[in-house]
Design a protein around this ligand. Structure first.
Ligand SMILES: Nc1ncnc2c1ncn2[C@@H]1O[C@H](COP(=O)(O)OP(=O)(O)OP(=O)(O)O)[C@@H](O)[C@H]1O
Length: 259
């Protein structure tokens, strides 16, 4: 599994947001974190990878151009979780998960109703929210909604997992739990996982690769060590920052002041 992005140009209407973005190939079994300041174009790039925006350039999965594929075909391999789930959906968590399975059958085809329910429940258990299975989406807290949204993306067992800020509403324990689960699934199934994240400590700890976006351009890409440098943080985020290792050896970004 390998996702290749070449000279991708994306925008809304006539406004170009991301111009000619090329990424080093995103391999299966690895997590790529998209980082960068607010409004830089991270979500736009993720939507572009999901095929949700008109684009110029090329996004290829295992050598096959995604643009020409039908939405249904694309949905078989790609799961995309937006920054916020739509409000006003009168479904329980379980109904939403089974609905997600029905709406976009995976490469394995459509599971039976019983198998779908079992798969959904097993996933909710793994995410620690099995007790929410029969609760309405509209009655969940922000963090619970985010976990339910993640479950909706994961339940289909995609080959490419695109997550827009999957941990932004989560407490510390759930942040670590979700990132560990995403890492496990990514490794276990060789997924191409791309996630937008603001928390640079999470990016440094869990991502294999980091793509730093600033003002609609790819400003740096590589390992966390290569990209999370004081010089790049100054240039792209406009902060003076230190990058140090904690007593456990994890990379930590300590932002000291805006420049
Ligand atoms: N649906 C839309 N229609 C028009 N412009 C949009 C739309 N979504 C985003 N934009 C614009 O595109 C630019 C990039 O937005 P995007 O959401 O990709 O940034 P981001 O890096 O994900 O930011 P954040 O960290 O704040 O979520 C912004 O200037 C934004 O105003």
């Amino acid at each position: 599994m390998r996702l290749e992005v070449e000279r991708l140009t994306l925008g809304y209407g006539r406004r170009t947001i991301l111009a000619e973005a090329s990424l080093e190939p995103l391999p299966g079994g690895a997590i790529t974190a998209l980082i960068g300041p607010n409004g830089a174009g991270k979500s736009t790039l993720l939507r572009g990878l999901a095929g949700l925006l008109p684009a110029r350039g090329s996004v290829r999965l295992d050598g096959e151009e995604m643009a020409g594929q039908s939405l249904e075909r694309r949905a078989r391999s790609i799961a995309y979780m937006p920054q916020s789930l739509p409000q006003g959906v009168a479904l329980t968590v379980m109904e939403a998960l089974v609905g997600a399975l029905k709406a976009s059958p995976t490469a394995e085809g459509m599971p039976s109703a019983r198998a779908a329910a079992e798969r959904a429940l097993a996933l909710l258990e793994r995410l620690g929210i099995a007790e929410l299975a029969l609760v309405g989406l509209d009655r969940l807290s922000g963090g619970q909604r985010q976990l339910a949204g993640l479950a909706q993306a994961l339940v289909r067992r995609p080959r490419v997992l695109l997550l827009d800020e999957p941990t932004s509403a989560l407490d510390l324990r759930h942040q670590l739990g979700v990132m560990r689960l995403v890492r496990e699934l990514t490794l276990q199934h060789g997924l191409v996982t791309v996630l937008v994240v603001h928390d640079l400590a999470l990016a440094a700890r869990f991502a294999d690769r980091v793509v730093m976006i600033g003002e609609g351009r790819v400003r740096a890409q590589g390992t966390p060590e290569e990209t999370l440098t004081p010089a790049m943080l100054a240039e792209v985020y406009g902060v003076s920052a230190r990058v140090e290792r904690c007593s456990h050896g994890h990379l930590q970004v300590l932002a000291d002041a805006p420049l």
